[in-house]
Design a protein around this ligand. Structure first.
Ligand SMILES: C[S@@+](CC[C@H](N)C(=O)[O-])C[C@H]1O[C@@H](n2cnc3c(N)ncnc32)[C@H](O)[C@@H]1O
Length: 391
């Protein structure tokens, strides 16, 4: 489904935090600052590279930088890059704060809205005994205070609410009023690549607040849709959000490395921007687990930004900003995954692996895209990288 029409405000479902005019203008300021950094300030980094860092590297080594790591070493002391990077990091910190303040102010009423959630035939199953994976306990992922799992109150949904609003600011509204671009684009890719796939059950791993999950309710109306995540506040919020939007989803708190569904239960398993937030070991566990859970002929697909091997070294260096500056320790390594090798390693047939770039489903956002892949400009490239394997 291609989405047309003008870019609009974020859709006000039952648990979207309300903002006062002051809170709203603070969030809008962060959005504008991010857009300015991505579309204008960042252009000077390439100029600084070409004028200073690249010639200096060439003089020292007698050749051009060949990898993004070499570009990174060449650029480390470049003041223009340092300035952009500091501003980028600040915009990230400002974004979380600007999203947190309204949530803190109205948390009791948001929790009430969660408790009263109804309207669809979805469900929510939490597991208070589930251990949060080490790769989430050790860092506040992408500088989000408390990450996805921390609970500040009984039946807390705070970090789900913060995440929902912050993502809208982070992507500068370009993923649509429901932040659904990644799910919509991935569903389009799967429908085109596997036209005969008629999934009875679909699983979205690392579903978060369900930004991408709901796309599958629309794309495959006859399927039963499940979403799992490790973070209880995300899932409570996801459940209340889906109920308010009238989309039936079965959410449960599980680690994608080891789930409680029976063998062969799903015909389609997807993840959206999950892989880069796991670890070297975890992604292999997840792939083995999806192998167990898929029916014969079933498909697993993961959506991320493009792998570094498809980019020029300078562009890969820019996209890699998050690894070193935004508490995304597995970002870089996840962009070096080779689908066929990963498939072989985890019990699939390498020959049945696939990868591709899918244009964003949200066409009307194109005018605001920078068309480059760079740290802090998520979705700016206007295409999503989808890789996976058919069982
Ligand atoms: C960047 S968010 C993406 C959310 C959602 N997929 C989307 O498209 O908006 C990553 C999510 O994956 C979850 N996650 C990370 N590791 C996980 C794991 N091992 N098992 C289940 N969920 C996980 C996090 O809690 C978080 O909600």
């Amino acid at each position: 489904m291609a989405v047309t029409g003008e870019l609009t405000e974020q859709f006000a479902h039952a648990v979207l935090p309300e903002t006062t005019s002051e809170e709203y203008s603070r969030q809008e300021f962060v959005k504008s600052l991010k857009f300015h950094l991505a579309s204008t300030v960042s252009l000077g980094i390439k100029a600084a590279y070409q004028v200073r860092a690249q010639p200096q590297f060439k003089q020292a080594k007698g050749r051009e930088p060949e990898t993004y790591r070499e570009v990174q070493h060449a650029m480390a002391g470049e003041p223009y890059y340092q300035f952009w990077s500091a501003m980028q990091r600040n915009s990230q910190e400002m974004m979380w704060k600007a999203a947190q303040v309204p949530v803190e102010r109205q948390l009791p009423s948001l929790i009430d809205a969660f408790k009263n959630a109804s309207g669809s035939k979805g469900s929510l199953t939490l597991d208070p005994t589930l251990e949060t994976p080490r790769y989430h306990r050790l860092v506040d992922i992408h500088c989000m205070p408390g990450g996805y799992h921390t609970e500040f109150a009984e039946e807390d949904i705070a970090n789900g609410a913060v995440y929902d609003r912050a993502v809208y600011v982070y992507v500068m509204g370009r993923m649509g009023p429901l932040n659904s671009d990644i799910g919509d684009s991935t569903a389009n890719f799967i429908k085109a690549k596997f036209p005969d796939l008629k999934p009875r059950r679909i699983l979205d791993m690392g579903c978060g607040v369900g930004h991408s999950t709901l796309s599958y309710v629309d794309a495959y109306p006859d399927a039963e849709v499940h979403g799992i995540d490790v973070g209880a506040p995300m899932l409570r919020y996801a459940h209340a959000r889906a109920e308010s939007l009238g989309k039936p989803v079965h959410y449960s708190q599980q680690n994608a490395e080891k789930m409680n569904f029976p063998d062969g239960y799903f015909d389609l398993i997807v993840s959206h921007i999950l892989v880069h937030e796991t670890s070297h070991v975890a992604i292999r566990n997840i792939m083995r687990e999806t192998n167990r859970l898929l029916s014969p002929g079933g498909v697993v697909a993961h959506t991320e930004t493009p792998p570094y091997r498809q980019l020029e070294p300078f562009d890969a260096f820019m996209l890699d900003w998050d690894t070193r500056n935004n508490n995304e320790p597995f970002w870089g390594a996840s962009h070096e995954i080779v689908p066929a090798d990963m498939a072989e390693e985890t019990g699939f047939e390498g020959a049945k692996a696939f990868e591709g770039l899918q244009p964003s489903a949200y066409e009307s956002a194109d005018a605001q895209r920078t068309k480059v892949f760079q740290g802090g400009d998520f979705g700016g490239g206007g295409a999503w990288y989808i890789w996976g394997v058919q069982k």
